[in-house]
Design a protein around this ligand. Structure first.
Ligand code: G6Q
Length: 536
């Protein structure tokens, strides 16, 4: 992080930190409009943050000093900014709606991107129209996506988010965990004759996915009594044609993507196939357009009016200026119930790093812990801690002006809570207010709300494919911006490797016939012995 620019942010924090949001609002009648910006169908009101115009100026200067503009250009133009894997980072090419070529090592990737999208669209239509028939001639009613991490969280979250647009006669399921219970319970809900398995794995070597895919294949063959059935019931999403063929899937039924698409950024690639089957190619295209609108906004808007940049800077303010350990994502929309889980991977796998781009340990906090649940559920659970706990938890409140299910006054009630919560968090309730309400003196400290809790409000007219795509892109670019300012590599994930390597060693020890000579630490050795003894 640029030291001089950060020092000047810190100096400004010292000036403002004692000022309560109540005072900031009272002093500045234009505060709400001053700190509200719009893009791609979204309004971001960030006025309920602990900022002043002077502090925002310093934060924006931090973005400038971090060379953010150059990095944005580098990402969009296909430079190999994923240095530790020597790869370009071009998820933005997947939704590029312009005619401009995008070059990777001198080759325009757009024809391939469009060809895969066309192939996905043709296939999706066959399935949706009942023209893709299973081995026994029946139409597909169930889609089971087998993938994990980036090959699961995106399409699973998006499928749920876009439910109002989905074809209800086809049910999508997502199997990720190597725990057989996940596959077994899913298979109980589908009929083999009418099930299409999508094996989604960029590498086609991931232990969990390949194990689930092999067990699913065995189940299908057993149910249909013919190994030839695999051809009609399995397709693949992968970059690895060789392994797909070795698994027994005809590569004409493989939907490709490329090493410049990171797993957690792969939803708008072929990894989105189950979503496209569910919502259809036209809605999928609308989603890509929504992504694209936010991409263009990020690439062209001045930083002071740039949603991802402003949200990134606010996150840095709290993580580095106030020691906030986490932030909460609180969508007031049941369809977005899996958004926080999706953002956990996006943010924590991208920016959960402690080594900078020069190989040195960073002397400051980087990626925060992301968590959240939909409102209003969370209000009856963990909001207590946000209102009256000892930690600072900045929150993103996400809501919509209209509902897909206009039943009685549900939506007004939902949104009344949405608006009330950010008001309560910001302004709280003073001891004087409690006393004025005749609260017994003994209870006054307990019924006082300090307030001054920072929130962002993100509001759109409706949850549509368009606003959904823009929302995902907003968070992607926010995470990117923070990674640039923290001077870390956001597009690798070396931290997931060690556990995988050790697990493959432990696996041989768990399944060995004879008691293996265990050479782990005393704790791991004892736990493995305990497990082996119990399973015999
Ligand atoms: C994401 C990560 C990781 C990855 C999974 C699945 O950015 O790389 O979550 O998506 O490990 O990998 P495969 O798609 O190769 O099976």
């Amino acid at each position: 992080m640029n030291k001089a620019a950060w020092n000047s942010v810190e100096a400004e924090i010292a000036e403002t930190q004692a000022i309560h949001l109540r005072e900031l609002f009272a002093k500045d009648p234009d505060r709400a409009s001053r700190f509200t910006i719009e893009a791609a169908g979204w309004t971001l009101d960030y006025s309920k943050n602990r900022i002043t115009p002077a502090l925002m100026k310093k934060l924006l200067a931090l973005a400038e000093a971090s060379d953010l503009k150059r990095w944005i250009d580098a990402m969009f133009s296909g430079e190999a900014i994923n240095e530790t894997e020597n790869r370009a980072v071009l998820h933005t090419a997947l939704r590029n709606q312009s005619d401009s070529p995008i070059l990777v090592k001198g080759k325009d990737v757009m024809p391939d991107v469009r060809a895969v999208l066309d192939k996905m669209a043709q296939f999706s239509e066959l399935v949706r129209k009942g023209k893709w028939l299973g081995h026994t001639g029946k139409r597909i009613k169930y889609v089971v996506n087998i993938g994990i991490g980036g090959s699961d969280l995106g399409p699973a979250m998006a499928y749920q988010s876009m439910k109002p647009y989905s074809k209800r006669s086809i049910a999508c399921h997502f199997v990720s965990n190597v725990d057989a219970s996940h596959l077994a319970e899913t298979l109980r809900e589908v009929k083999a004759e009418q099930t299409l398995f999508i094996v989604a794995s960029k590498t086609f070597t991931t232990q969990e996915t390949m194990t689930n895919a092999e067990s699913a294949r065995a189940w299908l063959i057993e149910k249909l009594g013919d190994s030839k059935a695999v051809a009609k019931h399995f397709v693949a999403v992968s970059t690895n044609a060789e392994k797909v063929a070795a698994f027994g899937i005809d590569t004409t039924n493989m939907f490709g993507f490329w090493d410049w698409v990171g797993g957690r950024y792969s939803l708008p690639s072929a990894v989105g196939l189950p979503l496209m089957i569910a919502i259809g190619p036209a809605n999928y295209k609308k989603m890509l357009k929504g992504y694209y609108k936010m991409d263009r906004h990020f690439a062209t808007a001045p930083f002071s009016r740039n949603l991802p940049v402003v949200m990134a800077l606010l996150g840095i303010l709290y993580a580095n200026g106030y020691g906030a350990e986490s932030y909460a994502v609180l969508p007031y929309d049941q369809y977005l119930a899996r958004l926080a889980a999706y953002l956990q991977q996006l943010d924590m796998e991208s920016n959960g790093k402690s080594i900078d781009r020069h190989g040195n340990r960073v002397p400051y906090s980087t990626g925060p812990i992301v968590w959240g649940e939909p409102g209003t559920n969370g209000q009856h659970a963990f909001y207590q801690l946000i209102h009256q706990g000892t930690r600072m938890i900045p929150c993103d409140f996400i809501g919509f002006c209209t509902s897909h299910n206009a039943i009685s006054d549900h939506h007004d009630k939902l949104m009344a809570n949405f608006f009330a919560q950010t008001e309560a968090l910001a302004f709280g309730k003073t001891a004087e207010q409690c006393r004025a309400e005749s609260v017994p003196e003994k209870l006054v400290p307990h019924k006082t709300f300090e307030g001054n809790h920072p929130t962002n409000t993100l509001l759109a007219d409706a949850l549509t494919p368009d606003t959904f795509g823009a929302l995902v892109a907003l968070y992607e670019h926010k995470v990117f911006t923070q990674g640039i300012i923290w001077n870390i590599f956001s597009f690798d994930q070396w931290g997931v490797e060690l556990g995988k390597v050790l697990a493959s060693k432990v696996l041989t020890e768990l399944s060995a016939k004879e008691q293996p000579a265990l050479k782990h630490d005393a704790s791991t050795n004892a736990l493995i012995r305990r497990y082996r003894a119990a399973k015999q």
